[in-house]
Design a protein around this ligand. Structure first.
Ligand code: GLY
Length: 350
């Protein structure tokens, strides 16, 4: 037998920069060639920011969790084809997490991959989904089942967009901020507790918070781009959180579901004798401080447990849960059997 190795180790440099500032995005986009740049823009954002109307090739997308599907990807691919997007063109996604995930996925498969840029406009997408190259859509009820790891060429975080974000959307993003603190950085946790009022009011501290989250995420992704290990820590709260989203038919938004998920996963860790009650208390304290609901009673047990089983983090060997045994140092609990999860949720109801 003869072997030929396709050695790709030095061929691809996926590095990119995240720029964080205020009121700079218009200037960045003005430098992009209008004939070779294609925009996928969230409808609400488009209606709120008149400068976006001046952009040439644009597809305006009305987002909801239900529209995060393969049909929307097909629509974007058709838009790119019909407006003569070429292999060396750019796609720019302007909007929240759904826009970034759907448009990023379309960019990753159009002509086998074109360059794309993220312009996140919600706190959630600024601190989490725009960074790290996870793109994709839901398949039926299963979140993010279809997708790719495809890094953007740059992420432009313009804080100006936060001025028009509803309180609910803002809070939706704060849940992910709390996640970083609890999993990776105890001093960040303390800072969020102490400066609660300024954070709530979207004060100057916000830029430092976004920077901190992006630094943590960049470090994690650098170490584990394809989520083989450490990156799974970023899924804290998401396994139960996704089940809450699905069971509530998306009436509970991602961040709120993740917040409840973080508490319940920690409580489950305690149930499994992996987490001490003082850690559970600390997680409860920060989530309560930020006004998140901690408890959830599923509507449909089979749907709820089924969503956990189908979640992409469930492997043949069982569910992998990200937990923290000490604030600031997350860990993975592997091979969790669904029976224990079922038993835990039954115990919560009694
Ligand atoms: N949102 C989790 C990750 O990007 O890995």
């Amino acid at each position: 037998m003869k072997t030929v190795k396709v050695d790709l180790r030095k061929e691809i440099d996926n590095s990119y920069e995240i720029l964080i500032g205020s009121d700079f995005i218009k200037g960045i986009l003005a430098d992009f060639d209008p004939n070779a740049t294609f925009y996928v823009i969230d409808k609400n954002v488009f209606n709120l920011y008149p400068f976006l109307r001046e952009l040439k090739n644009k597809y305006i997308f009305e987002t909801s969790e239900k529209s995060k599907n393969i049909n929307s990807v097909a629509e974007i691919l058709n838009f790119l084809k019909n407006s003569n997007c070429l292999r060396d063109s750019k796609l720019v996604a302007v909007g929240g997490g759904i826009i970034g995930d759907v448009a990023g996925f379309a960019a990753s498969i159009f002509m086998r991959g074109i360059d794309y840029y993220q312009v996140p406009t919600t706190l959630l997408s600024m601190v989490d989904s725009s960074v790290g190259g996870k793109t994709g859509v839901n398949l039926g009820d299963t979140k993010n089942l279809v997708g790719s790891f495809y890094q953007p060429k740059a992420v432009y975080i313009d804080m100006k967009f936060l001025n028009t974000l509803s309180f609910e959307e803002y809070k939706n993003g704060l849940a992910e901020v709390v996640k970083y603190a609890v999993m990776f950085d105890e001093s960040f946790y303390n800072m969020l507790i102490e400066n609660y009022a300024e954070v709530e009011q979207r004060g100057n501290i916000l830029q430092d918070i976004i920077l901190k989250c992006c630094q943590i995420k960049a470090d994690v992704v650098k170490e584990d781009e394809k989520e083989k290990g450490r990156r799974m820590l970023l899924n804290f709260g998401h396994t139960f959180g996704h089940a809450i989203e699905v069971d509530s038919e998306h009436k509970i938004k991602h961040g709120f579901a993740v917040a409840t998920g973080m508490y319940l996963e920690t409580l489950f860790g305690q149930f499994m004798k992996q987490v001490d009650s003082d850690v559970t208390d600390k997680i409860r304290i920060i989530l309560e401080r930020y006004g998140f609901e901690l408890n959830y009673k599923y509507l449909d047990e089979e749907k709820f447990i089924g969503a956990i089983a189908m979640d992409k983090k469930a492997r043949q060997s069982g569910v992998v849960l990200a937990l923290t045994q000490k604030v600031g140092s997350g860990m993975l609990l592997k091979g969790v059997e669904l029976n224990f999860i079922r038993e835990f949720f039954v115990s919560l109801r009694s």
